[in-house]
Design a protein around this ligand. Structure first.
Ligand SMILES: [Zn+2]
Ligand SMILES: [Zn+2]
Length: 236
């Protein structure tokens, strides 16, 4: 059987997400144990459920995210040399809607002070200019904190998160339909906030080769080399 390299695309921790429950090291341990080759850490950003002090100067605020990522990365390098931690963000832009952002780094964040004040169109344009990639997180999640009447603009995105482990199945089905309608790529992510809650290993992307950097991850997504992991099963 063909060897696949699995990466979760949507992972939180307690250091930078207020809803996070586990330390970054514990998330690495859990995914390594589940046989994954890595994950992208996507903590809630400035307008979302951040655990980082918003009154900090911009450079200190964004550096907190980078240092959290470096913590996870250092732990992986020490214990699981084949495991790759990737940097990302889950950016809340309006009405409870959030985009997963890949392929950016600390330099990008330092170069864009007040990134959270950009319109979603300008945010996506800045990410794309830096070579980054946008997948809309759980576009049809229906919860009290999300305004379901908000009109989505898929023209800004590269992909749609068609499988979110903590969505209801019908919410994921609507996301699949949206991706198909607009010809967008598809991603799968667990949205796990807890190393022991059960979402670890149930979602993510499976590639036929390892991805070792944010750039390689984005390139592999763009080429369409990833297969979605749907409820623990790699799709055909
Ligand atoms: Zn959260
Ligand atoms: Zn999330």
């Amino acid at each position: 059987m063909e060897k696949l390299y699995k990466y979760d695309t949507h992972v939180h921790d307690v250091v930078c997400s207020l809803c996070g429950k586990s330390e970054p090291e514990d998330m690495v341990d859990a995914y390594a144990k589940a046989g994954f080759s890595g994950f992208c850490i996507t903590n809630h950003f400035f307008l979302g459920n951040t655990a980082v002090d918003r009154t900090l100067p911009w450079d200190q605020f964004v550096t907190a995210y980078w240092e959290d990522y470096l913590r996870a990365k250092a732990h992986a390098e020490k214990h699981y040399p084949d495991f790759t931690v990737l940097f990302g963000l889950e950016h809340h832009y309006a009405a409870g809607k959030e985009v997963l952002t890949y392929g950016i780094d600390l330099e990008f964040l330092l170069k864009h002070p007040n990134l959270h004040e950009y319109s979603i169109k300008d945010y996506c344009a800045a990410v794309h200019e830096a070579g980054g990639y946008i997948s809309h997180a759980h576009p049809f999640r229906d919860r009290a904190y999300i305004d379901m009447s908000y009109e989505l603009d898929p023209s800004n995105w590269d992909a749609v998160e068609v499988y979110n482990h903590y969505n209801h199945p019908e919410e994921n089905e609507l996301a699949e339909a949206l991706a198909a309608e607009h010809g967008l790529q598809r991603t799968s992510g667990s949205d796990e906030h807890h190393a022991e809650r059960g979402g670890v290993g149930m979602a993510g992307m499976a590639f036929p080769y390892p991805v070792r950097s944010e750039q390689e991850f984005v390139a592999a997504l763009r080429r369409g080399d990833g297969r979605c992991i749907l409820n623990g099963v790699v799709e055909e």
